[in-house]
Design a protein around this ligand. Structure first.
Ligand SMILES: [Zn+2]
Length: 459
């Protein structure tokens, strides 16, 4: 999976970007939150300091096994001075804001020789999230454009939670148990509300339990499966086939709390009335993005998700990186000129020189022939593969993926408009295909014959 990070031009400041080969000038690293698509390339062998919120620092140390001495915790709402060079001559002032996205998620305000840059990371806007009077005139706004399309309108998180609670009530009347599809991190407020309303704890799968224990939420979880009727499973386990299997054991309903299907022209699980999709989102809707930009009034905007990113099922979502839709809200000012301080230049040049020196060695390494494991030939259609650090969670709402076509050129025009329905198959069915973690299957595409099987394979 390609990451959703950036390096601020003409600085050594990197946010959610860990590819030091592609960006050798990066030397001061910030992490907005602990979702998989923001930590691509980060592992226990990392060797530079990382600045993040206190909760994210805990995840870095306990889950990713980053050396504690490298993890620098920054309190939200306070100004922090961080050196940009080796001599501590040039500093950047960093302020963290709650991003209202998942536990530990923050937005960054950077002020330095390059001006004032606001970086949202992933965020869900709500009134009061940022006090515009506390902000300086923003030169560049890096914006979470995951749902930056007029088609992407969905309820507030509070309304979505009410919808889920109401649906859950109906499900528990009609069935003996309910499976809720959630990924490893995020939407804990939903689980807390459920536990409060239903007066019994929830059972969660091990990877989510590990993070909830770190967050101090162990008291709403039960390991005793006979003691609850609500079970949290990974989103990719919610499928028609699995529901059938669960129903053979006892009457079961399923709820998928995600907005990832918003803005797409098809209805997921249309043939499975016992699977309920409710658009609970940890990203801002199109309307909320406009409200936020109006408030911040930056001089210019950079979309965090690039125009080459693809949506689920390889959907073209390039329109979501068109920041021209905010033109009328921008501050009218010409770009300020600045000079990169010599001490900072020295740090960036030294880093680039170190990278240059290592290139011949890397080239030799890449030239070595690769052994590919045997794999079952793909089904007729296209398989899209997303590489992802299996130790971490993907962003449950992020639908942008790096894709790779595997077969069948004749459906290259395949688009979301053709999809009539889809379901996610049982993972165990795919066990001979390189241990996939997240598999989506489209079973019906108009104009392409019936029952063709297409795979969207997330791993
Ligand atoms: Zn995220």
């Amino acid at each position: 999976m390609s990451g959703n990070g950036h390096v601020i031009p003409s600085t050594p400041i990197s946010i959610d970007m860990w590819n030091t080969k592609a960006h050798p000038q990066a030397r001061v690293f910030f992490l907005s939150h602990f979702h998989g698509d923001h930590i691509v390339g980060l592992s226990s062998t990392w060797q530079y300091p990382i600045y993040a919120s206190p909760i994210t620092c805990q995840f870095l140390i306990k889950k990713l096994r980053i050396r504690p001495s490298l993890v620098k915790s920054l309190e939200i709402g306070e100004d922090h001075l961080i050196p940009l060079d080796g001599e501590h001559q040039e500093m950047v002032t960093v302020t963290l804001f709650d991003a209202n996205h998942c536990p530990g998620s923050v937005m960054f305000l950077f002020s330095g020789y390059f001006g004032d840059v606001f970086y949202t990371g992933d965020f869900r806007y709500k009134p009061g999230l940022v006090d515009s009077f506390a902000l300086p005139p923003i030169d560049v706004l890096y914006l979470d454009n995951t749902y930056c399309s007029p088609k992407c309108l969905f309820p507030t998180r509070e309304d979505a939670i009410e919808n889920i609670l109401s649906q859950l009530h109906t499900c528990l009347v009609e069935s003996q148990r309910v499976f809720i599809g959630l990924d490893n991190l995020g939407k804990e407020d939903l689980l807390e509300r459920i536990v409060k309303e239903r007066q019994f704890k929830v059972n969660v799968y091990p990877a989510r339990k590990e993070l909830m224990d770190i967050m101090g939420l162990s008291e709403i979880i039960t390991a005793d499966r006979s003691n609850t009727r609500i079970f949290v499973v990974p989103t990719n386990q919610i499928s028609g086939k699995n529901l059938e299997r669960w129903n053979n054991e006892m009457k079961t309903h399923a709820i998928l709390a995600t907005a990832r299907f918003c803005g797409l022209n098809f209805k997921p699980f249309s043939k499975h009335p016992d699977i309920h999709v409710i658009p609970y989102s940890n990203h801002s809707s199109y309307f909320e993005l406009k409200e936020f930009v109006k408030l911040v009034k930056p001089r210019c905007i950079v979309p965090i998700v690039g125009k080459h990113a693809k949506g689920i099922f390889n959907t073209d979502i390039s329109e979501r990186s068109n920041m021209g839709v905010f033109q009328k809200f921008l501050r009218d000012a010409s770009p300020s000129e600045y000079v990169i301080p010599e001490s900072v230049k020295k740090v960036m040049n030294a880093a680039e020189a170190k990278f240059e020196a290592s290139v011949p060695l890397k080239k030799r390494k890449i030239a070595r022939p690769q052994r590919r494991p045997w794999r079952k030939p793909p089904a007729v259609g296209v398989r899209y593969i997303v590489s992802e650090d299996s130790a971490t969670d993907s962003d449950p709402d992020a639908i942008h993926m790096e894709t790779k076509k595997f077969a069948s050129e004749n459906i290259s025009e395949f688009s979301c408009e053709n999809i009539l329905e889809y379901s996610s198959p049982d993972i165990s069915d795919e066990s001979d295909i390189d241990t996939p973690v997240n598999v989506w299957e489209i079973t019906h595409i108009s104009g392409k014959g019936s029952r063709s099987v297409y795979y969207i394979n997330d791993r």
